[in-house]
Ligand binder design. Sequence first.
Ligand SMILES: NC(=O)c1ccc[n+]([C@@H]2O[C@H](COP(=O)([O-])OP(=O)(O)OC[C@H]3O[C@@H](n4cnc5c(N)ncnc54)[C@H](OP(=O)(O)O)[C@@H]3O)[C@@H](O)[C@H]2O)c1
Length: 289
Amino acid sequence: MDTFPLAGHPVRRVGFGAMQLPGPGVMGPPRDRDEAVAVLRRAVERGVNHIDTAQYYGPDVANDLIREALHPYPEDLVLVSKVGAVRDESGGWPPAQRPEQLREGVEANLRSLRVDRLGAVNLRLLTPEELPAGVDPVPLEDQLAEMAALREEGKIEGVGVSNATLEQVERAIEIAGLACVQNPFSLLDQHDTPVLDRCAEAGIPYVPFFPLGSAFPWLPKVTDDPVVQRVADRLGATPAQVGLAWLLGHRANILLIPGTSRLAHLEENLGVGDLELSEADVAELTAGR
Ligand SMILES: NC(=O)c1ccc[n+]([C@@H]2O[C@H](COP(=O)([O-])OP(=O)(O)OC[C@H]3O[C@@H](n4cnc5c(N)ncnc54)[C@H](OP(=O)(O)O)[C@@H]3O)[C@@H](O)[C@H]2O)c1
């Protein structure tokens, strides 16, 4: 598997996203705890050295599983988390963007993952429209300054942003330096191309979330797409592998973190490195999108 540098670490281009490990709605215990632990261990055994997580997955569940399955961690494992939200009892994701809340978010990750420093932490941003009534927006500059302070203190190696517009990415590059960007992007949803291209130009890793379309039922799934299925059948691959291979071939700075709670899906997703799409395959997959 080839690599791309993330906060100074050459991470393999196929990593793992931990959001599918907790129960439905990213809340509560896993569907199958033993399988969740096995997925994490197998990922690392097969060479994954980049795991994306959040304290608010579960909440606490994903990080506790990572620690229980993998601690003491392999030396080359880069753990990336995110801050800017918490969970409420109904499974909502209320914002937690004030500097002291960002700090508390980072500290909670350090404690639960049992590390002194995180490889990178993404600041999860919200549009003013996404802010619940009565919650004041926190200026981006204040949020970035706190993240940069946490980096100066050695608690995180790189500052990333998530759900960020091109303008916010530019500000973050300027104010904080930027280790990575995590935005939604897939074969079916390429609206973030300007941010991807800006990151490619600046040598910043772009880590698409929802690379397969997510587990949320209201979003279209890459694996259900008839063109993806046709190409997969022809190549003797699975639709998930075709969707992920397209991302890997699309830009060299894309780092994958597909999420799964199933060993069989993990093996499939990690097999993507063996699949190369021809120019004709890519043309067929992207025509009309
Ligand atoms: N920064 C942010 O705001 C943000 C937001 C969302 C996600 N993320 C991160 O991005 C990662 C990836 O996103 P995601 O997990 O939401 O969505 P995703 O990777 O696009 O898709 C996950 C869904 O695909 C299924 N799946 C996985 N591998 C498959 C395969 N080979 N064949 C068929 N189905 C398969 C999973 O189900 P099974 O469990 O049954 O395999 C799950 O339903 C997350 O894990 C998380 O770390 C970040």
